[in-house]
Write a protein that binds this ligand. Structure first.
Ligand SMILES: NC(=O)c1ccc[n+]([C@@H]2O[C@H](COP(=O)([O-])OP(=O)(O)OC[C@H]3O[C@@H](n4cnc5c(N)ncnc54)[C@H](OP(=O)(O)O)[C@@H]3O)[C@@H](O)[C@H]2O)c1
Length: 286
């Protein structure tokens, strides 16, 4: 093939033999992503969240995807908000794998309450998991991520941020000040880490989902007028679906996404643009 030809398209999106860790993998977006990682060929996908039974149940569901998968899901319960929890997760993973190729720092929490009564404890809890926890997870996993990483085949970190970190989150009675601030912070953390870890052959990118019906978003969805109303306001006339997360995660973690670093990909059907709220770093909102 000539210099400008692609000669191995079938392997472009393959994750054959890769080892992945998904925090917040027991349900919602993390579970959708984990299911995609396994079906794209990962040999091991560690499913982590605080509740042991939730991790085990998710693994059962994922491992029943046979014969569509050749790898396996492995339960690794841990609290990503505490440094001890993160270290215990690294220890559990190290017992079953000598390296990690893909880390999805996806665990997150939110809190809705009006400005005047917005509790300090809630703000702290959200920042601890959504920002400090993400930083700790990436730092503690860096040695395992570096083990097999090369210029040709870099390891990958994907942070689940949110469009709430790009535009204005929910304000009013159920305002999500801590959440919105945490997602803006973690997006910028991702850009910093992309530059720091690039030379170690690790890419760091963020995904920014819009509304996806999950346990976390269902309450807010109701308060915002319901799924139908939110879907109607979206340029694509629907909410997010598991395949929307799956497609972007597989792209970013496969050979196809090997030169994408420090990016933040919105997965919201263009809803934020439709609201005129998308702000790009360094650009004033017109
Ligand atoms: N759904 C949306 O519309 C939406 C939009 C934008 C961004 N996001 C982001 O997507 C990510 C996943 O959210 P989701 O919507 O899928 O919510 P979800 O269904 O509530 O799932 C959250 C996951 O995180 C785990 N988790 C919570 N606290 C944890 C902790 N301290 N340590 C480890 N795991 C923890 C939960 O399991 P345990 O309870 O067992 O710990 C669960 O597996 C979050 O970062 C969220 O901010 C979601």
């Amino acid at each position: 093939m000539g210099d400008h030809q692609l000669d191995d398209f079938p392997s472009l999106f393959s994750l054959k033999g890769k080892v992945a860790v998904v925090t917040g993998g027991s349900r919602g977006l993390g579970l959708s992503a984990a299911s995609a990682l396994l079906q794209a060929g990962c040999s091991k996908v560690f499913i982590s969240s605080r509740k042991r039974s939730a991790c085990e149940d998710a693994c059962k569901v994922l491992n029943s995807l046979l014969p569509n998968i050749s790898g396996k899901a492995i339960s690794a319960p841990a609290d990503a908000a505490s440094i001890d929890g993160v270290r215990s997760l690294v220890e559990q993973v190290s017992k079953e794998a000598d390296h990690v190729d893909i880390l999805l720092a996806n665990a997150g929490a939110t809190w809705g309450e009006a400005f005047d009564t917005h509790p300090d404890s809630a703000f702290a809890k959200v920042m601890d998991l959504n920002v400090r926890g993400v930083f700790n997870t990436i730092r503690e996993f860096a040695p395992l991520l570096q083990k097999r990483a090369t210029v040709e085949d870099p390891s990958r970190v994907v942070i689940t941020a949110s469009v709430a970190g790009l535009g204005i989150g929910t304000i009013g009675k159920q305002a999500t000040f801590g959440y919105s601030a945490s997602k803006a912070a973690v997006l910028h953390l991702g850009r910093n880490l992309a530059v720091e870890l690039g030379p170690r052959h690790i890419t760091v990118n963020s995904i920014c989902p819009g509304f996806f019906p999950t346990k976390m978003s269902n309450g807010l969805l109701k308060l915002s007028g319901g799924a139908e109303k939110i879907a109607e306001a979206n340029p694509m006339k629907r909410l997010g679906r598991p395949e929307d997360i799956a497609g972007v995660v597989v792209y970013l973690t496969s050979r196809a996404g090997g030169h994408v670093n420090g990016a933040a990909i919105e997965i919201d059907g263009g809803a934020l643009w439709a609201r005129g709220e998308l702000m790009e770093p360094g650009k004033a909102k017109l």
